[in-house]
Design a protein around this ligand. Structure first.
Ligand SMILES: NC(=O)c1ccc[n+]([C@@H]2O[C@H](COP(=O)([O-])OP(=O)(O)OC[C@H]3O[C@@H](n4cnc5c(N)ncnc54)[C@H](O)[C@@H]3O)[C@@H](O)[C@H]2O)c1
Ligand SMILES: [Zn+2]
Ligand SMILES: [Zn+2]
Length: 375
């Protein structure tokens, strides 16, 4: 490649400060160093966690957001043998070094080398290969897919099948894998069980898809935006509840609907009150509630009797998947028709329209907008 070993100047959407629109800038992307790969981003989704950082984050700016991308290898640094230019890849916001205590355990996907497993107010790794107007710019979630090029360490990159459709499988980098795996790996939904999913964005809809795929007999979809119910039905939801349409607490409504509570509930919003409601909607004895929605702003609370009575309260990062190993398998599941992706995509835009995509998500008017980087 003509660009190998050289700095690439390209377009990126820079978040200079919290709460402000992103600015399309020309940034400089350094060549990949040892064990690194430079990736041409082809398509990227926008996940609520990008919005969380932009609107709730205080540290970690300037940065380039975006962690739901897919692309093609442009060049590789010294020591990289597993990737070559032209390979289709997915940048990962969680590492898998395969050497640390956590990678060696089958019980977790929390690699010790991942920025996300260490308390990290900046939501970025210590290294960035980006600069703009002579100033370093952080790589949000290490990925920064709102840039035409990004640089990844080999422990943060998954090689995927050549037949993968990049403007769809990008959703497996975060939202879809997160919800789907939360149901299958974290809740471990059993055939014939009754589930409730709170929040029907891409994460929640993927959780509905996971419950269905695990054989749930009834899936109750909960959202304050009733426009989401139609999509939830496509993914397998059987019942639909808008908490605002009831005077009673939503947990009481679900307990009545299910003769004592659901077997599994998944909170896919990031609201601590709702996390409590999701727990309290579970049946005593064996109910499992999984926290999937992200927030670091508030503590959660519940009465201890909820757990003493046999409920389990747990959480899930990226669906519990060991991303470098598992994302390529999920891509194959999509190619084989076992995982839906088209149905999540409600809008397609280009990078110049990124602020419109942010507004769409803020106002609840989309499921996923795909940003096409080459248009
Ligand atoms: N755990 C992880 O690894 C992980 C990974 C990705 C995303 N997330 C988090 O998952 C959450 C969902 O992400 P998304 O991209 O699907 O977001 P989204 O904004 O597309 O969807 C959120 C949905 O929740 C609904 N909602 C809001 N308040 C509600 C309430 N009180 N009751 C019921 N529904 C309510 C909204 O109407 C919307 O449909 C976010 O918090 C995100 O940060 C976590
Ligand atoms: Zn995400
Ligand atoms: Zn590791």
């Amino acid at each position: 490649m003509a660009t190998a070993g050289k700095v690439i100047k390209c377009k990126a959407a820079v978040a200079w400060e919290p709460n402000k629109p992103l600015v399309i800038e020309e940034i400089e992307v350094a060549p990949p160093q040892k064990d690194e790969i430079r990736v041409k981003v082809v398509a990227t989704g926008l996940c609520h966690t990008d919005l969380y950082h932009l609107f709730e984050g205080k540290e970690g700016f300037p940065t380039v957001l975006g962690h739901e991308g897919a692309g093609v290898v442009e060049s590789v640094g010294p020591g990289v043998t597993e990737f070559k230019p032209g390979d289709k890849v997915i940048p990962l916001c969680a590492s898998q070094c395969n050497e640390c205590r956590f990678c060696k355990s089958s019980k977790t996907n929390l690699c010790e080398k991942s920025w996300s497993t260490n308390p990290c107010p900046t939501m970025a790794g210590p290294v960035t290969r980006f600069s703009c107007h002579g100033q370093p710019v952080l790589q949000f979630a290490c990925t920064s897919t709102f840039s035409e090029y990004t640089v990844m360490n080999k422990i943060d990159l998954a090689k995927i099948h050549d037949d993968a459709q990049l403007d769809r499988v990008c959703l497996l980098a975060c939202g879809v894998s997160t919800g789907y795996g939360a149901a299958i790996n974290s809740a471990k939904v059993q055939p014939g069980s009754v589930c409730a999913v709170f929040g029907l964005g891409a994460v929640g809809l993927a959780a509905v898809m996971g419950c269905k795929s695990a054989g749930a007999s009834r899936i109750i979809a909960v959202d304050i935006n009733e426009e989401k119910f139609e999509k939830a039905k496509i993914f397998g939801a059987t019942d639909f509840v808008n908490p605002k349409a009831h005077k009673k607490p939503i947990s009481d409504v679900l307990i009545e609907m299910t003769d004592g509570g659901v077997d599994y509930s998944l909170e896919c919003v990031g609201n601590v009150e709702l996390m409590r409601s999701a727990l309290e909607s579970c049946v005593k004895g064996w109910g499992v509630s999984v926290i999937v929605g992200y927030t670091d702003l508030h503590d959660f609370a519940a009465r201890p009797i909820q757990l003493i009575a046999g409920r389990t309260w747990t959480g899930s990062l990226l669906g519990g998947y060991k991303m470098k190993d598992d994302v390529p398998k999920l891509v194959l599941d999509h190619i084989a028709g076992r995982i839906k992706l088209d149905e999540f995509v409600t809008h397609t835009m280009n990078l110049e329209q990124i602020n419109d995509a942010i507004e769409l998500m803020k106002s609840g008017k989309c499921i996923r907008t795909i940003i096409n980087m080459s248009k």
